[in-house]
Design a protein around this ligand. Structure first.
Ligand code: NAP
Ligand code: ZN
Length: 349
């Protein structure tokens, strides 16, 4: 086993502390990564606090991982020592089912393996997976992404989750010229959705629950901004959008937002509150509307997204922090006070 430094919580209400964890030895198809940066996703917080499910502690979050290849196994062909690489939310899948073969490893029939709080049943003797708030990680080469030349490593980190989670539904529902796309909630995911939808050529509206982000939204490429706490502003955009990407981390009245769709429009939930959402079918019937969901994206599409961001100069707005600031950063994320993604400098672990 390889020893790695990490920051972990030991229970759902505990603060972060330094611990040492074990990574598996580098197998023939494995890559050992010296982690340089790790983004903080709201999913890290939901998971650390046990809001989605019970997890095993100590728990090391982090699935927006960027680093340098330090060692490769004897059969590795896709990466070499010194390469700039990334790891997102997944570290393995069966690789054989129809979904894996079509590039949708996240829908693996036999179960994909999460970057943290998961057991890798495809690698014998593998310890519980732990995330990127850590000095090193060992990952099978097929789940390691190339960071394109010219892209800053710290800015690449949030793309591995916030980037792909918004890119994938925007592509699936064909955001582009002539399409009116609304982004509901402008935090880590939301601000990436705005930048990506703008780069794809869509007309973009931000739906945010205060006025605080009005100027930033315009800067990120939004054409319009609606403060959803103002009834009049909301009424003005009824039946307006082809696609709404909901990135909000808490429960909301879905029916209000279904009312903002044009006929045949789709509201896609990527936000993942722990409580069920309530949909009135009459919000869907009139106008043949769709209410859908989307979860991260496959490995091939994640690489496509990284290359798209490099080509179109799309980068997140980040605030770099030290490992000692993780607890404060969590509070700020929960209070919608993140501008717009915290990225841990892992040199400070
Ligand atoms: P985030 O940075 O905290 O952004 C969430 C945004 O939701 C906030 O910036 C805020 O936007 C809005 N919001 C938060 N609290 C609110 C409240 N009380 N009332 C109204 N609006 C509120 O979180 P994130 O990292 O982008 O993640 C967002 C959600 O997506 C989380 O639930 C996360 O777990 C989930 N997620 C899902 C996937 C997936 O694959 N589906 C992947 C990653 C994350 P405004 O200030 O603009 O209103
Ligand atoms: Zn995430």
């Amino acid at each position: 086993m390889i020893k790695a430094k990490a920051r972990a919580v030991k229970g759902p209400t505990d603060k972060f502390e330094s611990i040492e964890i074990e990574r598996r030895d580098v197998g023939p198809k494995d890559v050992l990564i010296d982690i340089k940066f790790a983004g903080i996703c709201h999913s890290d917080i939901h998971t650390a606090r046990g809001e989605w499910r019970e997890i095993e502690y100590p728990f090391v979050p982090g699935h927006e991982i960027v680093g340098i290849v330090q060692e490769v196994g004897s059969e590795v062909t896709k990466h070499k020592v010194g390469d700039r690489v990334g790891v997102g939310c997944l570290v393995n899948s069966c690789g054989e089912c129809e979904y894996c073969l079509e590039g949708n490893e996240h829908y693996c029939k036999n179960g994909s393996v999460g970057t943290y709080a998961s057991h890798d049943k495809y690698v014998e003797g593998s310890p519980l997976t732990q995330g990127g708030y850590s000095s090193h990680v060992v990952v099978t080469e097929n789940f390691v992404l190339h960071i394109p030349d010219g892209m800053e490593m710290d800015e690449a980190a949030p793309l591995l989750c916030a980037g792909i989670t918004t890119y994938s539904p925007l592509r699936h529902w064909q955001a582009g010229p002539g399409k009116k796309v609304a982004v509901l909630g402008m935090g880590g995911l939301g601000h990436m959705a705005v930048k990506l939808a703008h780069a794809m050529g869509a007309e973009v509206t931000v739906l945010s629950h205060s006025d605080k982000k009005r100027e930033d939204a315009k800067e990120f490429g939004a054409d319009h901004f609606v403060n959803t706490s103002e009834e009049k502003e909301l009424a003005d955009v009824k039946s307006s959008f082809d696609l709404i990407i909901n990135t909000i981390s808490v429960n909301l009245d879905v029916n209000t937002y279904l009312g903002l769709l044009r006929p045949q429009g789709t509201l896609v939930n990527v936000g993942a509150p722990s409580e069920p959402l309530s949909v009135n079918v009459f919000s869907l019937l009139g106008g043949r509307k769709s209410f859908s969901g989307s979860n991260i994206g496959g490995i091939r599409e994640t690489q496509e997204m990284l290359d798209f961001c490099a080509e179109h100069s799309v980068a997140p707005q980040i605030e770099k922090i030290t490992a000692d600031q993780i607890d404060d950063a969590y509070e700020r994320v929960v209070n919608s006070d993140v501008r717009y993604r915290f990225v841990i400098d892992n040199a400070t672990l």
